[in-house]
Write a protein that binds this ligand. Structure first.
Ligand SMILES: NC(=O)c1ccc[n+]([C@@H]2O[C@H](COP(=O)([O-])OP(=O)(O)OC[C@H]3O[C@@H](n4cnc5c(N)ncnc54)[C@H](O)[C@@H]3O)[C@@H](O)[C@H]2O)c1
Ligand SMILES: [Zn+2]
Length: 350
């Protein structure tokens, strides 16, 4: 090696694995210590004062996506430091994806990294955001633009917590659940179509578990989003994210946006000669009360220009994950823009 270079060799940094445990409501607080600090939002604090009151150290953030900000990140780390939170104490994230992403990013940087435990409380957080180690905040330039891979040491899933979740938020989570079926598990799709899974349905926990297993399998293959495998989780998201962005993350919930996106991307696949699931997907969203088409005016040029900047894009055309069969999905790059334009125009009657 040249005399002007000093090489620093580092061991491969693999995070240890962790368990996702299903637990009853009365086990939620088991094993917590005085050194642990809770991060939650105002809605959860209102519904579950017995949880919030059990922690000496806590930060309660305003509910909603706006809290996933740089300002709130600083507020949380400053509050923890002011409360004397130490390096060994764990951060407990009790909330939906907003709390989980923000608290995880706090855990990744506070004292240069402290252990954190996720207790997801929304259906979306149970089946998606609490698993996989992606944490972060939004910047003015876009969503999730500052972040890290920082895995929890444990995830506790308690479906009883969903009893207080607003119905629209439950349906929002169902969109991701339906997505898992189409991208990876025909039996799951069949089950979800046969009978509508509601909060009271005895199979709800089994369905949540199956989704976590599917996400686990994908994340184990591509833990830090390097091989492209993780892109299958993005079915419906190229169009969905573009819709969310042009609406500035208002009016449509994420699950609603990706539901419209899944219909559109199914049709894009069909036009490209892949098996056509558009009809089945639309029918299922009707059953679950999810939208299949925007009910607001859409500027096609604007949506296509956002889609071109999608993180999956590599070449000239658009990049989108498409269904290649029942329970199978693959990332396609260089999908011709005129084709996507025609599909959206006819599907959305533009
Ligand atoms: N890290 C990841 O891999 C990943 C994956 C998907 C989504 N996300 C992120 O997750 C966020 C969306 O998560 P979300 O849909 O959970 O949103 P959220 O955290 O804003 O929760 C939705 C609403 O439901 C309320 N709520 C949650 N649980 C409740 C309960 N049990 N009872 C009553 N009210 C409850 C919240 O207070 C909030 O008002 C986005 O910021 C998204 O970027 C991250
Ligand atoms: Zn999603």
């Amino acid at each position: 090696m040249s005399e002007s270079v000093v090489r620093i060799a580092l061991p491969p940094a693999a995070a240890p694995g962790y368990d996702v445990r299903f637990i009853a409501a009365d086990q939620l607080l088991e094993g917590f210590q005085r050194s642990d600090a809770l991060i939650t939002d105002t809605n959860l604090a209102r519904h579950y004062p017995e949880i919030t009151d059990s922690f000496d150290r806590k930060v309660i953030i305003p509910a909603g996506e706006k809290s996933k900000s740089g300002e709130m990140f600083l507020h949380v780390v400053e509050s923890l430091a002011a409360q004397g939170q130490m390096r060994k104490g764990r951060i407990i994230a009790f909330g939906g994806g907003v709390v989980g992403d923000l608290a995880g990013y706090v855990a990744a940087s506070f004292h240069r990294g402290v252990p954190f435990l996720q207790i997801p409380t929304s259906l979306l957080a149970m089946v998606d955001s609490s698993v996989g180690g992606k944490v972060g905040i939004d910047l003015s330039a876009g969503k999730n633009l500052a972040g890290a891979f920082w895995h929890p040491t444990e995830v506790r899933v308690c479906p009883d917590l969903l009893a207080t979740l607003p119905e629209r938020e439950f349906t929002n989570g169902m969109a991701e659940i339906l997505k898992y079926g189409w991208i990876a598990d025909v039996d799951l799709t069949d089950e979800l179509i046969r009978e509508r899974i509601s909060l009271q349905h005895p199979r709800l926990q089994g369905v949540i578990r199956r989704c976590i297993e599917i996400k686990r399998d994908v994340v184990e293959e591509d833990p830090e989003e390097r091989t492209g495998r993780r892109a299958i989780l993005n079915f419906g998201h190229t169009v969905g994210h573009a819709l969310e962005q042009i609406l500035q993350y208002e009016h449509l919930l994420h699950g609603e946006a990706i539901a419209i996106g899944m219909v559109a991307e199914a049709q894009i696949g069909a036009v490209l000669g892949l098996p056509d699931f558009t009809g089945q997907i639309k029918q299922t969203f009707d059953l679950y009360g999810l939208p299949t088409c925007p009910d607001f005016p859409v500027d096609l040029d604007q949506i296509l220009s956002v889609m071109k900047r999608d993180k999956k894009a590599t070449g000239d055309g658009l990049a989108t994950s498409l269904l290649t069969g029942a329970g199978e999905c693959k990332l396609y790059t260089n999908v011709p823009e005129p084709l996507v334009r025609d599909v959206l125009k006819s599907l959305w009657h533009l």
